[in-house]
Write a protein that binds this ligand. Sequence first.
Ligand SMILES: NC(=O)c1ccc[n+]([C@@H]2O[C@H](COP(=O)([O-])OP(=O)(O)OC[C@H]3O[C@@H](n4cnc5c(N)ncnc54)[C@H](O)[C@@H]3O)[C@@H](O)[C@H]2O)c1
Length: 347
Amino acid sequence: MKILITGNMGYIGPCLVNHLRTSFSNATLVGLDLGYFATCLSNSDILPECKTDVQYFGDVRKIQKTILEGVDAIVHLSAISNDPMGKTFEAVTMDINYKASVELAKKAKEMGVKAFVFASSCSMYGAAEDSARTEKSPLNPLTAYARSKVFTERDIEKIAGDGFSVTSLRFSTACGMSPRLRLDLVLNDFVAGAIASKQIMILSDGTPWRPLINVKDMARAIEWAISRDRTNGGEFLAVNVGSNEWNYQVKDLAYAVAKVIPDIEISINKNAAPDKRSYRVNFDYYKKIAPNHQPQYDLINTIEELRDGLEAMGFDDEKFRNSNYMRLNMLNQLRANGLLNENLEWA
Ligand SMILES: NC(=O)c1ccc[n+]([C@@H]2O[C@H](COP(=O)([O-])OP(=O)(O)OC[C@H]3O[C@@H](n4cnc5c(N)ncnc54)[C@H](O)[C@@H]3O)[C@@H](O)[C@H]2O)c1
């Protein structure tokens, strides 16, 4: 089995490659990434890409069909991957996340790839705090990033069929340690604040709901999607990935961090404009179709894992929100230094 992972040099990619190395031990793992965050390593003993069999430094917008020769499955992670980056680089977000994804799926089908796993997001439900959203609920994307996921899912559904299976994994918000840690994710931010300054600053009023998932459990879901049984779900499947127990209000995440890391101060921004991106999600379908690949981490052991990882890094940067652990800062810095052009291509 040959598996191509696009966007493997980000936050999720290195954890996924580690996981696939054991779950598909005979597979050839091929990575393809532009390398925006290649230098953002966090306490990794080796360059994570050494664990792939082949690594391409390339742009998914211009992917050559030759790279797809002999590929059985594609895990498509490459994207402008959060709301702040999507807002700053809206046109590029549509090009990379939407247009390039659909083109990749078309080329993949032509080249005989059998499984296409798309990293989608529960953020496509938008404002949804009244009741937990299922896969049948209406979509309500509120940002360019969320819209890019909705459009892609809609178009790749049409490409699925005739032996080409497409699985759209609507992931909860990621959290947990990775060889390329991010601190622009709510739980990771809270633990980093608690470690560096004994403070958690909640930017909203703390009431928005977010479903969360540990990044290693995302890798387990991808493993399932690569080889899932097509008779159960059909050749196109969109599924919420996470667990019902991991729907939390943001303030409860902060209180949970305070339980694990004592003597910290939590500040809530009572004057914050309401954050409309509040959604609760129902994960019953994922439990039904992937009973052996359910999340294994819980909130407390994920906080402990982040605490231990940050402490092992000697992490003490109180101003981490200005650092390259925030992906938007990294892209802005590469732009400011003239290394990326306005299309986010290497200049
Ligand atoms: N982290 C989350 O909370 C979360 C939740 C739901 C879904 N997802 C999705 O999972 C995927 C991976 O997320 P992540 O957190 O690892 O993101 P990331 O930003 O850390 O990594 C994305 C990678 O894609 C690469 N990339 C971007 N544009 C590219 C292009 N044109 N060609 C080749 N490579 C390109 C970047 O260099 C980067 O290494 C994304 O599609 C994201 O939208 C993430």
